[in-house]
Design a binder for this molecule. Sequence first.
Ligand SMILES: C[S@@+](CC[C@H](N)C(=O)[O-])C[C@H]1O[C@@H](n2cnc3c(N)ncnc32)[C@H](O)[C@@H]1O
Length: 296
Amino acid sequence: MRGVLRCGRYQDTLAETTCDLLCVDAPYSSRTHSGHNGGAAKANRCTAEDEKRLRVDKRTGSVYAVGANRRQSIDYAAWSPGDVQEFVDFWHPKTRGWFVAMTDHVLAPVWAEALSRTGRYVFSPLAFIAPGSRVRMTGDGPAQWACWLVVARPRTPLFVRWGALPGGYTLPKGLGRAESKPCMPGGKPLWLLREVVKGYSRPGDTVCDPCAGMGTALLAASLEGRLAIGSEMSPATFALAQARITESSGVGLDTVSELTHDDLQDRQQHRASVGSSPHGQLPVGPAPRAGTQQRP
Ligand SMILES: C[S@@+](CC[C@H](N)C(=O)[O-])C[C@H]1O[C@@H](n2cnc3c(N)ncnc32)[C@H](O)[C@@H]1O
């Protein structure tokens, strides 16, 4: 078993979890959600019928809900700046290494400011340009469909000397459009998450995605030899993620299951007994000035 996925809000299910890389594709702002949904909030469409239509491309790990209307609307609630701040406050003390948050142009500055207040060094947002994506917002300026990756690292020597990484992400050569499709509305392609996992963590690290959706980051982490831990609050999406990852077992993840707090504690005790992370201790110390952008 190289990964665990819990069903529920991360605040409840992952209270005891720590990680090396925090990689999250959290809900976007209400502006993006309403643009994507044609201005209307939609009911959760992730039904048992959808599950029956699930198809997994075993080669890429991509999931398609055949014939289901899963690409049309975003079912989960948008996040406010307060949700972002709560998330950063919760995860900063539990994250030993890099912090990568995927978001839209509205919340990107909010993530950057919240992470900066923790004392991490925050980079300029990196763009992920989804090929062939539909333009989401019209009539109010240049069309935009970019996802921003807000990346931050601790100000400790290991991370200062980490090495050069991509300044943005586009579809790699050799991959077709089909392989770049997300597996759910607002989801991200597996190749992107594999790149992020490879770039910002080392083999054997623990990668956590607290808002796992269809489990793309967890699958990517497992495929790249990391321990994956995550949570998804929608039971329907959780069920689809379970099915997806179980189907993909041939490419790396053995099982996905719900864990109790006792299980998580056992896992952490085991980890402590076999050796600590090469990243060392959790970041501690006073939060520096808001908005600082100086290195390291
Ligand atoms: C953008 S989607 C993630 C998609 C994922 N990256 C993928 O490609 O499969 C965001 C997910 O976060 C979940 N979510 C929102 N708030 C949450 C919380 N407090 N705890 C756990 N999951 C949450 C939503 O239900 C939604 O499925």
